[in-house]
Design a protein around this ligand. Sequence first.
Ligand code: FAD
Length: 371
Amino acid sequence: MNFVLSDQHLARREEFRRFATEELDRGEQFPAENLRQAARKGYLGLPLPFEWSGGGTDFLTYTLLIEELSRVCAATGLIIAVHTSVGTYPLYYFGTQEQKQRYLCGLARGELLGAFALTEPEAGSDAGNLSTSAYKSGAGYLLNGTKLFITSGDRADLYTVFATIDRKLGHKGITAFLVEKNRAGLIPGKPEKKMGLNRSNTTELRLEDLYIPVSNRLGEEGMGFSIAMALLDGGRIGIAAQALGLARAAIDYTKTYLKEEQGQSGLKTGQGPAFKLADLATKLEASRLLVYRAAQIKDAGRKCSREAAMAKYYSADLAMEAAICCMNICGFPAAGFDHPLAGYFCDAKATQIYEGTNQIQRLVVARELLQ
Ligand SMILES: Cc1cc2nc3c(=O)[nH]c(=O)nc-3n(C[C@H](O)[C@H](O)[C@H](O)COP(=O)(O)OP(=O)(O)OC[C@H]3O[C@@H](n4cnc5c(N)ncnc54)[C@H](O)[C@@H]3O)c2cc1C
């Protein structure tokens, strides 16, 4: 196993770091301009093949991108991660040639934004329990139901939506559909007010007699659950990279803070905070190794469910731990709403929840250990 990034990876990381530092804005609104600039650089389709207007990189390069973006603006990192790993890959992996020709180049170039609509009020961790229905109607299907917490729910151009053709069939009834934003019956709600990541719009999505032609069905009837599961490993590695970027941001901030303090009273730079920082830096290295390793295993075309789950929960837990420890070290100002550390803390929380909660990741690992 290679523990050192290649020169090519280091060069790309440098490029992403410069882009994130110099070109991303950290405002409060939906980061449309960040996405435009990222699209201009080819970052919305980075790991897709050239033939589909992608950047032709490996998955490891993509994780470096998400880490660097998230260190500066975690919402931009999240939107691009969701767009790529679960907004675009379903079509790339499972779409027909005709479906890909319609949308894949647009997604890879960032002219279209992708979204993934699986979660429902009664189907979060237990995604197989979804109740959104898809009934045959003429040459297509009528979809009815409610999706929850959909990233870019009111902004996306193309949604991969999961519905069941017959609830009695359980997982085997779940079917995936490509849904364009302007279809009658697709009704996004208002963005949820979250403790963090508010620049990334998370919305409800109501489907009311939403007609979808057969030509927009992704894969065969009943393949939807396998499609969703096939995407999870890549999605989890992306979120692990996002959390890694957030943990790094908190640690970098605190390093600078302590160095400045050292030059002044020196009061706060005893072994207590310094050792805490050393612990966090060590865990950060462990998190980085887990994330990059999971990406490398995926790049090698091997199954990486266990490694992706480990990387996801370790990095997300570290992002929370780092934010809290760093706030403790920096004292009260860090608890103010406008303070960067408070921002990292608020953003980090969701990384423990989406793409499968950290408990579910532990379940994945434990099941593999005990089988
Ligand atoms: C900011 C944000 C963006 C999101 N974006 C999307 C998106 O784009 N598309 C999408 O489809 N969804 C999205 N989600 C939804 C997300 O994937 C779900 O919130 C997540 O899967 C958890 O589901 P739940 O919230 O219903 O929690 P529940 O599944 O109800 O879980 C509640 C608690 O029970 C625990 N639990 C549940 N089952 C088990 C078990 N078997 N063993 C042990 N513990 C268990 C969980 O770990 C959790 O602690 C997003 C969520 C957030 C917060």
